[in-house]
Design a protein around this ligand. Structure first.
Ligand SMILES: Cc1cc2nc3c(=O)[nH]c(=O)nc-3n(C[C@H](O)[C@H](O)[C@H](O)COP(=O)(O)OP(=O)(O)OC[C@H]3O[C@@H](n4cnc5c(N)ncnc54)[C@H](O)[C@@H]3O)c2cc1C
Length: 391
């Protein structure tokens, strides 16, 4: 391969370009916006900066948050102290840092929109706004609204959530997560440097209804959206069957990040998976162990082993987690109650928020701890009823 073209310069594309260039590959990255405030919460879990410490250790403005308030209808709110902070960036700053790293590693970074892709023998011909370019291999990193036909995941309505919200010029120290009645999704409030990113994501509900839910919540909390700026975007959230026929790679191309549907279908966390898939894709592209025709298969296998099997399992859990009942109350309500009453359950939630507790072994851990959790819950419930001095 003489030249790899990376289409899109969000976290997935920028990191793939960095790794490819650092590995000695002649790399060009094309993005029509380069660094921009892509609609996003901007939160990174411990899992992300444990794997890629530069995400924490840098001088780019960001917030480190160690307290979360979780709330569910009928259960009120409870605090979750994070063992490791959540790191929250503005997307402009995060993208800018990642693009600068790609450039420093040797990638050519160009502000350019790719309009179409076509095969020219064993090479690619890229039509761009200002001309054309030939490349031997394409890394497709064009995000959830990928407009390039023939490459990347085909997202059906069943494979997406809608996410929208406001950036408002206010301050707070902690993260808020609010579950809502009959919604497969949630509201978040993420403090960033100088503003809050407040948003809602949900599956199967029209944008207007989601926006009304969010504004009702903000009104209740006394947060005005009048001075804020509104954002909305599609969030990949693959249904279980989609993981099996997900169009992740083909002859001469590999899709990374949102363009490959690689987002946690429950939480909507996509930044880690964008960066991780960019890393894995670059390993496959650079590797001499795979002939060009074997690279798509090698990439799928690597993703599956690394995180895709976990996310696929998460797809089966999502609806049950948000909408089912457990012990005659909604699961989110029980979750908040258990967190309040059971140190074991509290610990499990800390691990989920850190990203160190996967979905594949969640059931086993819950079952292992169920007896203890229930016992702690009952004991704490009884003790809270026994107020000293009262009979
Ligand atoms: C409202 C919202 C909140 C979110 N909050 C979080 C969060 O807090 N934490 C988290 O982990 N994840 C969050 N996510 C998910 C996260 O934003 C995405 O998973 C992540 O941005 C994916 O990165 P990416 O590089 O794959 O795609 P993107 O960040 O979308 O980057 C794609 C890039 O490709 C460029 N592009 C597109 N088409 C072309 C073209 N034809 N030619 C050239 N360039 C092109 C675009 O300009 C863009 O820069 C959120 C998503 C939404 C919608």
């Amino acid at each position: 391969m003489k030249l790899v073209a990376v289409l899109g310069g969000g976290p997935a594309g920028a990191f793939a370009a960095e790794r490819l260039a650092a590995g000695g590959m002649k790399t060009v990255l094309l993005d029509d916006k380069l660094a921009w405030e892509k609609p996003c919460g901007g939160a990174l879990t411990y899992k992300a900066y444990e794997k890629y410490p530069f995400l924490l250790h840098n001088d780019v403005p960001k917030r480190l948050v160690t307290l979360t308030q979780l709330a569910a209808p009928g259960a009120g709110a409870t605090s979750l102290k994070l063992r490791e902070p959540m790191v929250i960036y503005s997307r402009y700053e995060l993208n800018r840092m990642l693009l600068a790293r790609a450039e420093r590693a040797g990638a050519r970074v160009e502000k350019e929109r790719v309009l179409a892709l076509s095969r020219a023998g064993s090479r690619w011909r890229l039509a761009t706004k200002h001309g054309a370019l030939e490349a031997d291999f394409c890394v497709v990193a064009t995000g959830a609204q990928n407009g390039l036909r023939g490459v990347g995941t085909l997202l059906t309505p069943a494979d997406t959530m809608l996410a929208l919200g406001y950036y408002v010029p206010e301050e707070q120290e902690h993260v808020d997560i609010q579950f809502l009645p009959q919604l497969e999704g949630y509201i978040w409030v993420f403090p960033r440097c100088g503003h809050l990113s407040i948003g809602i994501c949900g599956r199967g509900e029209p944008a207007q209804k989601l926006r009304a839910r969010l504004e009702a919540y903000m009104q209740e909390r006394g947060i005005s959206w009048k001075n804020g700026s509104f954002y909305s975007h599609v969030l990949p959230s693959l249904a279980k069957p989609a993981w099996r026929h997900n169009r992740l790679a083909g002859q001469g191309w590999i899709a990374v990040g949102d363009a490959g549907g690689l987002v946690d279908p429950i939480t909507g966390e996509g930044l880690y998976y964008a960066i991780r898939s960019g890393d894995l894709a670059s390993q496959v592209v650079l590797s001499d162990a795979h002939a060009p025709e074997d690279k798509p298969h090698a990439y799928r296998a690597l993703l599956q082993r690394d995180f895709a099997a976990n996310l696929e399992f998460g797809s089966a859990l999502g609806r049950r987690l948000f909408r089912d009942n457990f012990l005659f109350a909604s699961v989110p309500k029980r979750m908040v109650q258990f967190m309040r009453q059971s140190p074991r359950f509290h610990e499990l939630m800390q691990d989920l928020f850190a990203g160190t507790q996967g979905y594949l072994d969640l059931k086993a851990r819950l079952l292992r701890n169920l007896h203890g959790t229930m016992l702690e819950t009952v004991m704490n419930f009884l003790l809270s009823r026994v107020v000293p001095g009262e009979t």
